[in-house]
Design a protein around this ligand. Structure first.
Ligand SMILES: [Zn+2]
Length: 99
């Protein structure tokens, strides 16, 4: 996946994720796409944005968005939508992007 000789080597990129660790592991997922963030944000509030692990806003394409990561537009928590558990009503938090 990630080789040193791939395309787009015009700028050196760190491989260290910019996500800061957080002491929260999940937030509430009432439905597959209806989340309640720790900060109280919902899709109908400030909403959630498509991001990569570097905190960049991306388009939801396989190229730009290989992992289904969403960032809370209010507090910067980043969730992995692949972990939504509709029985437990949780989705995993993988970190926070400093804003
Ligand atoms: Zn939030």
């Amino acid at each position: 996946m990630c080789t040193m000789n791939g395309n787009h080597q015009d700028a050196p990129r760190t491989t260290v994720p910019t996500l800061a660790p957080v002491n929260i592991t999940t937030i509430t997922a009432e439905e597959i796409d209806r989340w309640l963030c720790e900060c109280g944000n919902t899709p109908h509030g400030d909403g959630f944005d498509f991001v990569d692990r570097h905190g960049n806003s991306v388009d939801p394409t396989p190229e730009q968005w290989p992992e289904p990561l969403y960032m809370c537009n209010n507090c910067g928590l980043v969730m992995d939508a692949a972990t939504v558990d509709i029985t437990a009503h949780t989705v995993a938090v993988i970190g926070r992007i400093a804003r």
